[in-house]
Ligand binder design. Structure first.
Ligand SMILES: Nc1ncnc2c1ncn2[C@@H]1O[C@H](COP(=O)(O)OP(=O)(O)OP(=O)(O)O)[C@@H](O)[C@H]1O
Length: 683
């Protein structure tokens, strides 16, 4: 491009700064911007994309890559903000690395004309779906007569509780780092020494991983049996590293004139391998932005090395490094605190102010955190004096399960909320399951929820009870999916269908010990037992162990049950609570129907608060951010790696524009909260 001062693209939306102009107009082909949160990295990347477009680039030959769908959303919003309808920016491909990799692999996997035997890779979305493959891999290792180090193997006994979750978690990082591909042993020479010394891995884990990958890729990279999220990135990176291809040109990677990366700090070795292949043509424009203090995906192998000086050598390009010095999002007080936390200079626009409030919770005479959150939101609403204020508020959580009591409190006050990055606990399968069984046991089908909730119930019933969806020889349905599709639609239409599925299908075909517990629970209610007795008869902890493979997920189930019990105390009983949820469903359905018929003037939905895990809002911002449960041991989480926790807190706090409210456990405050704020704690 040409020298600064000769911009082809200009925006009316913001007055761009000299630093932004330098980025937009730079004559260099490869640029890297490392700057703090809120300093306009994404906006400046959007300006650069628009400048390249304004100079005549074909939008479809521009590819912008990120790690998460939220980061894609943030970049799309920034493009829309700066360009509006003045450029065809919607045709620019904005994708996650994984969806881009999947699209390349799909082209390679497409069947030859007339090949009827082709079955596309099964896409797995949860650890539960991967469970049979993991155990098959363990069996394959145990039964391998050619194993040369059998005495060094320590394999889990079949069904061992935490094995599958732990295996999948650890292998994500091995794959993200391409650990096996970067340190390949001689063919067939896996050994305990190689595993320990070269890879830093346990030998048994290495052997099971090899067996699992063999199951996944039996017929070669081109025809995998199944893929988990991020496996597409891994498979494509592995292919690019292998000797089986002469070079990246042999793969259908696409022809691009511009490659742009937002949140470069999330890059891992597998993503970097793709990036390098895309940048093989020296003429391709490249611009990447990131902030190494926002690395929160270490468990996928994210590596700040890809932001460092070493990147030039690794890419074989001289990168121009350009600064962005001031936060546009938050003011000097928050910038000062974040600078101390991150240990680097962070400055902010002087005119911008972000109010820092700290509220004491959970101690004697202090409110519970959930009540304090509701109070802080209501106060904000009172101060703003306009209707739509809640849509710009976000409550950011260290972990999703913290939503339970907050959801109860918001629901009780009639404050609408939306969950981002996770589903409301009230729609999780275990909650829908107990709600359904309790409604049936009590003869109160009217508490099952509106059509949208009832549509989810058949899947929840089958998943939780591990009941086969089809009898092997059922002539009416071609597949379990076809049956479920029909069941969902019928359940949405009528609550009687839900009862029928439960009585005629689940109670008949569930595994014997599940049927027994269901019968116990039904009898408990018929004998006058309350909701707590009903849950005890069901033995929900056992459902957790049988259904979910990750410890975290089982703990979550326990908290969800506690949440239901707590909510039931605020109402005359849990059925009243369920009934109130039903009323909310119906009100929402009416609003949607009213909008469809044009009866509601605004096309905005009812303003809702965003409830999100902090990790899911990276790249976004809100006028008012609330951070609850700031307690020692909770945030930072004692079991998590310290640097990742600090980065996560930095990400969460820097989402705020006008106000950041901290809900602090006054007796055990989080060490992230500075002493000056603790001294000013209010109730
Ligand atoms: N020149 C400008 N004038 C005013 N506001 C601006 C300008 N440039 C960007 N902004 C605004 O600053 C805010 C932060 O920008 P942006 O989201 O691009 O920051 P970021 O560095 O990508 O943040 P993060 O690291 O948190 O993802 C946004 O509201 C954006 O619209």
């Amino acid at each position: 491009m040409s020298a600064p001062g000769s911009l082809r693209f200009s925006t009316q939306a913001i007055a761009i700064t000299a630093e932004q102009e330098d980025i937009q107009a730079s004559g260099e082909r490869a640029i890297l911007i490392e700057a703090a949160a809120g300093t306009a990295k994404t906006t400046s990347l959007a300006l650069r994309i628009c400048e390249v477009l304004a100079r005549g680039a074909t939008p479809r030959r521009m590819l912008a890559l990120t790690f998460t769908p939220t980061a894609c959303l943030a970049l799309r919003r920034a493009l829309q903000l700066v360009a509006g309808d003045s450029l065809p920016h919607k045709q620019v491909r904005v994708e996650t690395f994984d969806s881009y990799a999947a699209s390349v692999l799909r082209q390679m996997e497409a069947p030859a004309d007339g090949d009827d035997s082709f079955t596309p890779a099964r896409l797995l979305h949860s650890a539960e779906q991967a469970r049979p493959y993991v155990w098959a891999a363990v069996d394959a290792v145990a039964d391998n007569p050619q194993e040369r180090h059998a005495e060094d193997l320590s394999l889990p006994s079949h069904g061992a509780e935490s094995y599958v979750g732990e295996f999948l978690r650890r292998t994500q990082s091995i794959k993200g780092r391409l650990l096996l591909e970067l340190n390949p042993p001689e063919q067939g020479s896996d050994s305990p020494d190689y595993a320990n010394d070269e890879l830093g891995l346990d030998y048994s884990l290495l052997r099971v991983l090899r067996a699992y990958e063999h199951l996944r890729l039996e017929s070669g990279y081109e025809q995998p049996n199944f893929r988990m999220p991020l496996d597409a990135t891994y498979d494509l990176a592995r292919l690019l590293r292998s000797d089986s291809i002469g070079g990246p040109e042999e793969l259908p990677l696409g022809q691009f004139d511009g490659i742009f990366v937002d949140e470069m700090h999330d890059c891992n070795e597998a993503m970097f391998t793709l990036l390098k292949a895309l940048l093989i043509q020296p003429k391709v424009y490249f611009c990447a932005v990131g902030d190494r203090d926002q690395v929160i995906h270490q468990h996928f192998g994210a590596d700040a090395r890809f932001m460092s000086r070493a990147l030039d050598a690794e890419l074989g390009r001289k990168l121009q490094r350009l600064p962005l010095s001031l936060s546009f999002r938050y003011g000097p007080a928050l910038a000062g605190w974040m600078a101390k936390l991150a240990g680097k200079p962070i400055a902010a626009q002087k005119l911008r102010q972000t109010e820092l409030l700290a509220i004491a919770c959970e101690g004697a005479g202090q409110p519970k955190t959930a009540a304090a959150v509701v109070g802080a939101l209501q106060r904000w609403r009172g101060e703003q004096r306009k209707d739509d204020v809640y849509s710009d508020c976000a409550v950011l959580l260290r972990r999703e399960s913290q939503s339970v009591l907050l959801e109860n409190a918001l629901h009780a006050q009639g404050i609408a909320y939306q969950c981002m990055g996770f589903g409301s606990y009230l729609r999780r399968p275990e909650v829908l399951f107990v709600r359904t069984v309790y409604a049936i046991a009590s003869g109160r089908l009217d508490t099952l929820g509106g059509a949208d909730t009832r549509r989810l119930i058949p899947d929840a019933l089958f998943e939780m009870t591990q009941t086969p969806v089809l009898k092997a020889d059922d002539p009416d349905y071609q597949s379990a999916e076809a049956f479920l599709r029909e069941a969902r639609a019928a359940a949405a239409d009528s609550e009687q269908v839900v009862a029928k599925i439960f009585n005629q299908h689940i109670l008949d075909w569930a595994p014997a010990q599940v049927r027994q517990r269901l019968q116990n629970a039904l009898q408990t209610v018929q004998a006058g037992g309350d909701f707590a007795a009903f849950l005890a008869a069901l033995d929900m902890a056992r459902f957790g162990r049988d259904v979910f493979v990750e410890k975290e997920r089982r703990d979550e189930l326990r908290r969800h049950m506690q949440g239901l019990l707590a909510a039931s105390l605020d109402y005359a009983g849990v059925l009243d609570f369920f009934k109130s949820l039903q009323a909310q469903d119906e009100a929402q359905a009416q609003r949607v129907a009213g909008r469809a018929e044009g009866k509601v003037r605004s096309n905005k939905s009812r303003p809702t608060i965003t409830l999100a895990s902090a990790a899911h809002v990276k790249g976004l911002e809100f006028e008012h951010v609330l951070l609850p449960y700031l307690a020692q041991g909770v945030f930072p989480d004692v079991e998590a790696e310290a640097a990742g926790e600090k980065n996560l807190f930095y990400v969460a706090a820097t989402r705020a524009r006008s106000r950041l409210t901290l809900l602090v456990n006054a007796e055990r405050p989080s060490p992230f909260v500075p002493p000056a704020l603790i001294a000013r704690l209010s109730t």
